[in-house]
Design a protein around this ligand. Sequence first.
Ligand SMILES: [Zn+2]
Length: 325
Amino acid sequence: MKDYRFKLVAAVAVLAALTGFNSADAANVNITPLGAHKGEFCHLDRAMILEDPDGTRLLYDPGRTVAGPEDSRLGMIDAILVSHMHGDHVGDKTIAAEGTGGECAKPNFPNNALPNTNVVNIALAKNAKIVSGSEMPKYFASKLKALGGDPTNSQLVRFGASRKVGGVTITTVPAVHSNGIAGGMIEGELGELLNAAGLTAYAGPPTGYVLTFSNGLVAYLSGDTGVTAEQDTVVRQLYNAKLVVMNIGDTFTTGPKEAAWVINNLVKPASVIASHANQPSTKNGMVIDGTRLDQFMKAVNVPVHTPLSGNTMSFNSDGNCVTGC
Ligand SMILES: [Zn+2]
């Protein structure tokens, strides 16, 4: 029996060598940043599309740099992931189209997405799910219902649980940040009262995500966060994340120094995509010296990839970039 098994494994190995087949060719996860200016990493860029090898497409924190559901870069979207309710993540206003108006340092956001939010507008038009943690799903469900959509498209996944969309298993992990729903995202008197009092509505804790793709790649999307113990205990020890999308903006989240410490000492992935730098990080696609991105790259022990808008990066199951980086 053992001998038979050995022969079978050997035959498969020979076949794989002959056909040139390997997992890097057949089963990569494609990640495409959707920023304000094509080929650059600009001030408020957050949005990314993550596509599983089985074709499942997830849109992460569309924020202000996806020009609503009409943005031609979106294509089909199966689910939208929302780390928290701040306007630069859920989308309170948006660009008119990629590359239209404004500098990389100060993009124009002429389109008002309130009170619906960019997330809800995209979910309605694409019939996409919104997969979020905390108290956020109730808010999204009520918006979808009020706008004639399907409230069951807003789906809960709290810390410790998981939910599958296509080939991707999605869970949320704690982020240490804040997560109020602004008055402008709530219609009527309640919204006005909140604004007048300088208060926000409770949405529960903010989150990050851990995604397990069908090729085995595990990715951690940090969301807006400071350093958390779960980046060690849960993200690394339990899920063994090999790719990280890490927010580096400082003031609101870990800055480049703290984010690099998280990568080097807590998560220890194979590679990282920087995100949420809150300043123009590139010119003509090249990293600008002295920026947070530059500091982060110099401090991190593993390859750091720049999220240039529209540039698709492909990652294998080990978290290594195989094309596009
Ligand atoms: Zn943010």
